[in-house]
Design a binder for this molecule. Structure first.
Ligand code: SF4
Ligand code: SF4
Length: 382
């Protein structure tokens, strides 16, 4: 079993060997050449069996999805993906794809440098989720990979049902969590929980923290964000965007979490930045691998530079490599970075960039050291 800290240590251990190369590539080489992607987000389907308040994927008409063999062809063609190290599989609800284990196998077969595979699930259908996670975890064990399964939980009991708009959702998700906890005793993977902070679940946040601590489950909070390329929810922005009072509440909550963070706790790094951005309207200084070495593939084959990007083409019509390196697309990425990154709240693999660049992490260590010292000598309270 991989519990929270041991999984993080294992990740650091595996990244350690490439520190000099990553540091050189991400701090220097990136200014002189176009880097190939090292991070991939693959949304395997936009079908979903939930109807969350903050997402409109479930309203989408069924659309074409790349088959496992089409995916294999895309990954092989032009070898754009050979340097991918981190893969996030998301949706929609990924486990609705009956061939999900086959997709993961195709990814392992064609991404020789992959280190970590993450899959996010709403965990609503216990038997389906557990069956697929078991198959994937066994494959992962064979390939000596690092697998992280993230379950979405937005509140305890009826809070979760209300936000997810599905009766008995909480009960069913808890059944899945129990079954996954049992499964990780026999085949190793990291089990994490992901909570989107929305106005409706403020009263639940501490309860979720407690639940995860009691069960040795990693917990990551994320900020509500609006992106048509992953959640189809830009139309909800005016209704759901945080007001000033809500920003203040979240800032205070993240401050409490930060005080309890450890120095290897990447999530603490995110909370520090989000707090600054939400409270002070300050600009994003947190790095993001999608600025220069990330790629997102959507179910129908559309390719994006990141979740805030417009589609740069479709891999069924043109090779992913041609699309990624096309001069007009690269020009578009430069403009995207200049216009959107400074206010972007996406956590999207930010910690991968932090590990590669190193210096942002030093800033976090000093900040946390100061915070813990101030708390110890009583300058600040909870
Ligand atoms: S947030 Fe996730 S689980 Fe909820 S409707 Fe959207 S895709 Fe489905
Ligand atoms: S807009 Fe956001 S997700 Fe896209 S590259 Fe910038 S920081 Fe990353």
């Amino acid at each position: 079993m991989f519990g929270g800290r041991s999984f993080k240590w294992e990740q650091l251990k595996r990244a350690f060997i490439s520190i000099p190369r990553d540091f050189f590539t991400s701090n220097l080489l990136t200014h002189f050449t176009v880097l190939p992607p090292s991070v991939l987000v693959y949304n395997v389907t936009f079908r979903c069996n939930m109807k969350c308040r903050m997402c409109l994927n479930w309203t989408k008409k069924e659309q074409r999805e790349l088959t496992a063999s089409e995916l294999e062809k895309v990954l092989k063609e032009g070898e754009l993906f050979r340097r991918i190290e981190n893969v996030s599989i998301s949706g929609g609800e990924p486990t609705l794809r009956a061939d999900l284990p086959e997709i993961v196998e195709v990814l392992y077969n064609n991404l020789p440098r992959v280190r970590k595979m993450s899959i996010v699930t709403n965990a609503l259908n216990t038997s389906r989720v557990v069956k697929q996670v078991e198959a994937i975890a066994r494959l992962n064990l064979e390939r000596n990979g690092l697998l992280s399964i993230g379950v979405s939980l937005d509140g305890m009991g009826e809070f979760h049902d209300r936000i997810r708009n599905v009766p008995r959702a909480y009960e069913r998700v808890r059944e899945t969590i129990d079954a996954l906890m049992e499964l990780r005793e026999s085949v190793p993977f990291s089990l994490g929980m992901g909570t989107v902070v929305v106005a409706d679940n403020f009263s639940e946040l501490n309860k979720i923290v407690e639940f995860c601590q009691q069960n040795n489950i990693d917990l990551s909070f994320s900020i509500l964000r609006f992106s048509d390329s992953i959640l189809g929810n830009e139309a909800l922005q005016s209704e759901l965007i945080y007001n000033e009072k809500q920003r203040a509440f979240i800032g205070k909550f993240f401050h409490q979490l930060l005080q309890k963070s450890s120095f290897i706790d990447g999530d603490g790094y995110l909370y520090m930045h989000w707090r600054r951005m939400l409270l002070g309207n300050s600009k994003r200084t947190m790095p993001c691998p999608f600025m220069d070495q990330g790629i997102q593939l959507n179910p129908e084959g559309n390719l994006y530079y990141c979740e805030m990007s417009k589609p740069i083409g479709n891999v069924l019509q043109e090779s992913a490599k041609a699309l990624y390196y096309k001069p007009e697309n690269l020009e578009y990425r430069k403009k995207l970075v200049a216009r959107k990154c400074s206010s972007c709240l996406s956590p999207c693999h930010a910690l991968v960039s932090v590990r590669k660049k190193l210096y942002p992490y030093a800033g976090f260590v000093f900040y946390l050291l100061g915070l813990k010292t101030a708390r110890l000598i009583g300058i600040i309270g909870e």
